[in-house]
Ligand binder design. Structure first.
Ligand code: F6R
Length: 371
């Protein structure tokens, strides 16, 4: 049932304040006056000790689920103090990459049925790793085969392009970071800021959804382009990859997410006055580096669109010479949840304007059960 919406993808994008609320329900404990706020993930509680003792956390997934894990990687590393490595499921299998008994392998999958992710899970189990599932489908193959896990509870996702599951996956992995990390005095302020940020996230998502019309206008400007580059770094490298994936898969437009730190190692050669480039430059520890990327792209006459924190348009907007998308600022590790939403809207509107099927993109299936 699409309710008042024309398409499932549109409905699922706009549903995110509610889906995120459901994802967090019962899992964030506010705590009394003298008790710190905390996180409770029932499916993990008997395994937290083992996870804390592991030498490495390996995130495994495909497509959007991989991108969600990439978005959460920095906060998991920061709070757990355990190195996190990333694996695209098919690549782990192709390489027969090393997995050890001392590893915790985390399998991220909306459907819980993706063949590559499932086989990577069987492989990691054979190698003795503790296997954790993060899925949206109770009783799915991955949920059953893993040793423990967390359901993302985003509700049924029908559009082939994953939208609300992506943001809920990031939130679950941020909660996982809080659950695994030690509740030390030195980390308390940061932990509380993240928990407060999580609790307020649905409100901030509601705010950012108001950019719908702006994103439609931007889509009108971009609809006849051949290609769109997206630059991100730090917490928002994943946002760049995920934006490009959405634009490719539904709008059928070439798009590439680029790690901004790699700009001078090749991509800069593509820059001219025609190719549109979206730069994600919301305020975090990488902000000044992103400002310098913007300056350098501008110096080469790049056709820029910049996403920045609200109130910072002047700091990044090159004196009004480029288009700016202003978004509400949240705790840095949660910013990817906010930043992807206007870009999901952009991909949606581009698709409609270009006349393609947004819920059933050409050649794609919702769950990829074959290799
Ligand atoms: C993109 C998309 C795919 C899936 C991928 C993994 O919008 O939906 O990239 O994310 O096929 O699927 P799951 O998460 O079900 O394992």
């Amino acid at each position: 049932n699409k309710g008042n919406y024309e398409h499932y993808m549109q409905k699922e994008i706009h549903e995110q304040p509610a889906s995120l609320t459901t994802t967090m329900r019962g899992r964030l404990i506010r705590g009394g006056s003298c008790k710190a706020k905390t996180v409770l993930l029932g499916g993990l509680k008997d395994h937290l000790k083992t996870i804390r003792r592991s030498r490495r956390i390996v995130f495994v997934g495909c497509g959007t689920s991989y991108n969600a894990a990439l978005a959460a990687r920095p906060i998991v590393e920061e709070l757990s103090g355990i190195p996190v490595t990333m694996e695209i499921a098919s690549d782990l299998l192709d390489r027969q990459g090393l997995i050890y008994r001392e590893d915790t392998a985390v399998f991220v999958s909306q459907s819980g049925e993706t063949a590559d992710t499932f086989q990577a899970l069987e492989y990691a189990k054979e190698n003795g790793a503790l296997c954790v599932g993060i899925t949206n489908t109770v009783g799915s193959a991955i949920a059953r085969k893993t040793d423990c896990g967390v359901h993302i509870n985003a509700g049924c996702e029908i559009g082939v392009a994953s939208t609300k599951a992506y943001t809920s996956q990031i939130v679950v992995m941020a909660m996982l970071a809080l659950a695994v990390g030690d509740d030390t005095i030195s980390s308390q302020q940061r932990r509380e800021a993240i928990i407060d940020g999580l609790l307020d996230l649905p409100n901030k998502v509601r705010e950012v959804l108001k950019l719908d019309k702006d994103m439609k206008d931007l889509a009108k400007l971009l609809m006849n382009e051949q290609s769109l580059l997206v630059f991100g770094r730090g917490y928002n490298y994943a946002t760049a990859l995920e934006c490009a994936l959405k634009v490719k898969e539904v709008a059928l437009m070439h798009s590439e997410g680029i790690l901004a730190g790699e700009m001078k190692h090749g991509p800069l050669a593509l820059v001219d006055e025609n190719l549109p480039i979206l730069v994600i430059a919301t305020h975090d520890a990488c902000f000044s580096k992103q400002q310098s990327v913007i300056q350098q792209l501008h110096a080469r006459k790049g056709h820029l669109i910049v996403m920045c924190s609200r109130g910072e348009a002047a700091a990044v907007g090159l004196g009004g010479s480029c288009r700016v998308i202003e978004v509400p600022q949240v705790e840095d590790c949660l910013q990817p949840v906010i930043n992807i939403i206007p870009l999901q809207l952009l991909a949606y509107h581009l698709t409609i304007l270009r006349g393609f099927n947004v819920d059933q993109p050409r050649n794609l299936a919702k769950s990829v059960t074959t290799q």
